[in-house]
Design a protein around this ligand. Structure first.
Ligand code: SF4
Length: 372
């Protein structure tokens, strides 16, 4: 029988790291230097929540206009809960990772029904809402409710790996838990929200992934990695698997001034988004045979491939799409289209939510000789 090592002891912040001075200097810098961002004008839990969901995997500058538009359209939990899903996806169009929008709306409905429209303020309740993981829960609880909860994302792990000279692999889930335990020991009383935001701000502006700006860093004196001169070697990050390439033929089928679009399934990648019909295949050079057969089987449509239009590469976290887009002519059709497919005139396309990759096809069509 193998003997298991005990791993459940709470790690301690090293004695040589001066917790009090660090928090004081970090907050003083934040008070002076923090960026003016639209979600920082107040601490409304709903606004904090929406901003944190939008900021996942997405740059601040990209999020700003989306956030302001989203708040104009859905200013309260109730407004978001009651909105048609299509409108929510449309407001999210171009931000990517659309399951975030669907989960946000599902959670808003839960908040409306179960909590009377008030975002819950306990870790237990808030963590049960769809799309709210440990980081987002910590961010909302600390920023909106001043609860001493850590909010640990990739940026914060990078900063803390350097500050505390940690060589743990930040790609491992256990490291995030360890970081949370350590950060709990550093959060100053009464300023949890500012402290978490200050750490994020430090990661975004100073303690950059490459070339950390140590000479202008407000916590230079406390940083253990900098003291050893190894800040550029941290954090340790195991290699993630590269995204798997998948090839598709895409059919832009034109019937008079209308194009065929289809809705993706309600679950999975880009759930509920609209797109031009796609056929997965490795044999993209056989478009003239493969597309008419597949479109006949799927929609009962008789089409011919007219010409290749463009190629698009789009990378998700786990997949890389290679889209080979072809213009097809409509020659006839038998029977009814399924409910998830329809012909839509060129100027109505803007009413539907498309993924970024298919948005590029629309952009191409509008700029090319094909009039929308
Ligand atoms: Fe990051 Fe350098 Fe500041 Fe340390 S001193 S926290 S490595 S910027």
């Amino acid at each position: 029988m193998t003997t298991r090592k005990r791993t459940d002891a709470v790690p301690k912040v090293p004695d040589e790291f001066h917790v009090f001075g660090f928090a004081r200097d970090l907050l003083a810098w934040y008070d002076e230097q923090k960026r003016d961002l639209p979600w920082r004008i107040n601490r409304d839990p709903y606004r904090v929540w929406v901003s944190e969901i939008m900021l996942q995997q997405t740059r601040v500058e990209t999020v700003k206009p989306y956030f302001e538009n989203f708040m104009r359209k859905f200013p309260t939990v109730e407004a978001l809960a009651d909105a048609p899903e299509e409108e929510v996806l449309k407001a999210w169009e171009g931000l990517g990772y659309y399951s975030r929008a669907r989960n946000l709306q599902a959670a808003a409905r839960e908040v409306k029904e179960t909590y009377g429209g008030v975002v819950p303020d306990t870790p237990e309740e808030i963590s049960k809402l769809k799309g709210i993981g440990p980081y987002t829960a910590g961010a909302i609880l600390s920023i909106a409710y001043e609860k001493p909860e850590p909010a640990v994302d990739g940026n914060v792990m990078r900063v803390f790996s350097r500050l505390l000279l940690m060589h743990d692999d930040i790609a491992k889930p256990a490291t995030r838990i360890k970081m949370e335990q350590l950060i709990r020991q550093v959060i100053p009383q009464g300023r949890a929200g500012d402290f978490n935001q200050a750490l994020m701000e430090l990661g975004a502006l100073v303690c950059l992934p490459r070339n950390p700006q140590c000479l202008t860093c407000p916590v230079f004196d406390y940083c253990l990695a900098r003291r050893e001169g190894v800040q550029e070697e941290l954090p340790v990050k195991g290699k993630a698997k590269p995204p798997r390439p998948v090839s598709y033929l895409v059919a832009v089928i034109k019937r008079e001034d209308a194009y065929l679009i289809t809705k993706r399934p309600e679950q999975g990648l880009l759930a509920g988004m609209w797109e031009f019909p796609m056929v997965e295949t490795e044999q993209v050079e056989w478009a003239e045979d493969i597309l008419p057969d597949a479109l006949q089987q799927r929609y009962g449509l008789d089409v011919s491939v007219e010409q290749p239009l463009l190629q698009i590469r789009h990378t998700f976290s786990h997949l890389q799409w290679h889209l080979h887009v072809h213009l097809c002519a409509y020659r006839g059709g038998s029977g009814q289209l399924p409910a998830t497919a329809r012909f839509v005139s060129g100027n109505q396309l803007a009413d539907y939510a498309f993924s970024v990759a298919h948005g590029k096809i629309i952009q191409y069509l509008s700029q090319a000789a094909f009039t929308l």
